[in-house]
Design a protein around this ligand. Structure first.
Ligand code: NDP
Ligand code: OXD
Length: 306
C-alpha cells in the first residue's frame, strides 16, 4: 500500500516514521510533483496540483478537524475525505475555553493589571448565574467544551444543526432556535465548522442579540466573525471583550487593530493543536479499516461542508 504525505508547514520526517511503523509494509513518502500514484494521502493545505495528479486516491486524511480549506479544492470524486476526530484536541479546547471564560468571569485580566501597578485590590465577587455561556457547535469539540464549562456551574447553552441532549447543557437547534440561544447567552463560544451557512455568523445582528456586557470567544475560524462588527460593539459597550484564536488572515497582519485592542486577547491559532502520535494512530487505524471495507467515523460530507 502506498501513502503520500503532503502537509504544508509540517516537518515530514517524524510523520513518515510514525506512519511507517503504524502501517508495516506500507510505502510512505513525501509527495513531489510527478510522484507515482498512491492509495491514501495524509494532507494539510495541499495545492490543487496534488489532487490533479493523485486522482486515484481512495482516502484523503486531513491532519486537522476543519476541512474548509480542503473543500475549496477539487478533490477526486471517489476519495473518502476524513478529518481528525478529536485525537487529543477536545481536552485542549476545553482547557482553552474554560481558561478564557474563567479569566473573564473572575476578572483575572484586571487583577494582573492592578498587580503591575503595585495595587492590592479586591473586586466584588460576581454572580455566576449572570454569566451564561453559549457554545455554537456541539460536535466533537463543542460538546466536550460545553460539558467542561458545566462542571464549573456556569449556566451552559449549546446550539447545533440537529437536536442534541447533553447533561448539564440546555440545547437549542437549527435556525428557528438561534435567536433564543443568543438571547440566553452572555459569553459566546464559537466551535462551528466554516461552511456557507456559518460564514460571517458572528455579525452586528447576531452579536447584538447577546446579553449586555457580552464576551466572544472564537476558536473555530476567523471568517465566522465580522471583525468590524466586533470592534463596533466593543466601542458601543454592548460587548465587554473577546478572546480570539483564529483570524481571517493568519498570521494576523501587523497593524491589525486586534493586536493592540485593550478589550481583545489574541492567541496564534493554538487553542487545540494537532498531536502527532494520537493523529498517526487514528489515521493508521482508519486506513486499515477502509482497506478492510469497514465504516469509519470522521468522514466529511462535502455537501454539508463538515
Ligand atoms: P464537528 O463536525 O464534530 O462539529 C460541528 C458542530 O457544528 C456540530 O454540532 C454541527 O451540528 C454544528 N453545525 C454545523 N453547521 C451548523 C449550522 N449551520 N447551524 C448550527 N450548527 C451547525 O466539528 P469539531 O467539533 O471537530 O470541530 C469544530 C471546528 O473547530 C472545526 O471545523 C475547526 O474549524 C475548528 N477547530 C479549530 C481549532 C483551533 O486550533 N483553533 C482546532 C480544531 C478545530 P450537528 O451536530 O447537528 O451536525
Ligand atoms: C483544525 C485546526 O482544524 O487546527 O484542526 O484549526
Amino acid at each position: 500500500m502506498k501513502i503520500t504525505f503532503c502537509c504544508t508547514g509540517t516537518k515530514p520526517e517524524p510523520w513518515l516514521e510514525g506512519l511507517r511503523s503504524a502501517l508495516p509494509g506500507s510505502e510512505v513518502t513525501v509527495w513531489q510533483p510527478g510522484a507515482p500514484a498512491a492509495d491514501h494521502a495524509v494532507v494539510w493545505a495541499p495545492p490543487q496540483q496534488f489532487f490533479d495528479e493523485q486522482s486515484q486516491l481512495k482516502g484523503v486524511f486531513n491532519i486537522g478537524a476543519g476541512v474548509d480549506a480542503l473543500l475549496k479544492l477539487c478533490l477526486p470524486a471517489q476519495a473518502t475525505l476524513v478529518r481528525l476526530d478529536d485525537a487529543g484536541m477536545s481536552v485542549q479546547m476545553a482547557e482553552y475555553v474554560c481558561h478564557a471564560v474563567i479569566r473573564h468571569f473572575r476578572e483575572f485580566d484586571a487583577y494582573e493589571a492592578d498587580i503591575q501597578t503595585g495595587a492590592w485590590t479586591y473586586r466584588k465577587p460576581r454572580e455566576r448565574g449572570e454569566f451564561p455561556v453559549g457554545v455554537m457547535g456541539l460536535g466533537v469539540l463543542g460538546a466536550r467544551v460545553a460539558q467542561a464549562l458545566a462542571q464549573f456551574d456556569f449556566p451552559v447553552m449549546g446550539w447545533s444543526r440537529s437536536p442534541k441532549e447533553l447533561a448539564g447543557v440546555r440545547c437549542f437547534a437549527g435556525a428557528a432556535q438561534f435567536n433564543d440561544f443568543l438571547a440566553s447567552t452572555r459569553i459566546l463560544v464559537n466551535l462551528l465548522p466554516l461552511t456557507s451557512e456559518t460564514r460571517d455568523i458572528m455579525c452586528l445582528e447576531t452579536l447584538s442579540r447577546l446579553q449586555g456586557g457580552g464576551y466572544v470567544i472564537n476558536v473555530a475560524r476567523g471568517a465566522h466573525l465580522v471583525d468590524d462588527d466586533l470592534l463596533a460593539l466593543l466601542s458601543s459597550g454592548h460587548l465587554s471583550g473577546a478572546m480570539l484564536d483564529v483570524f481571517r488572515n493568519e498570521p494576523l497582519p501587523a497593524g491589525n487593530p486586534f493586536w493592540q485592542h485593550p478589550k481583545i486577547t489574541i492567541t496564534p491559532h493554538t487553542s487545540a493543536r494537532t498531536l502527532r502520535d494520537e493523529s498517526i494512530a487514528q489515521i493508521a487505524g482508519k486506513i486499515r479499516a477502509l482497506e478492510a471495507g469497514q465504516t469509519i467515523v470522521g468522514v466529511v460530507d462535502p455537501i454539508r461542508g463538515y
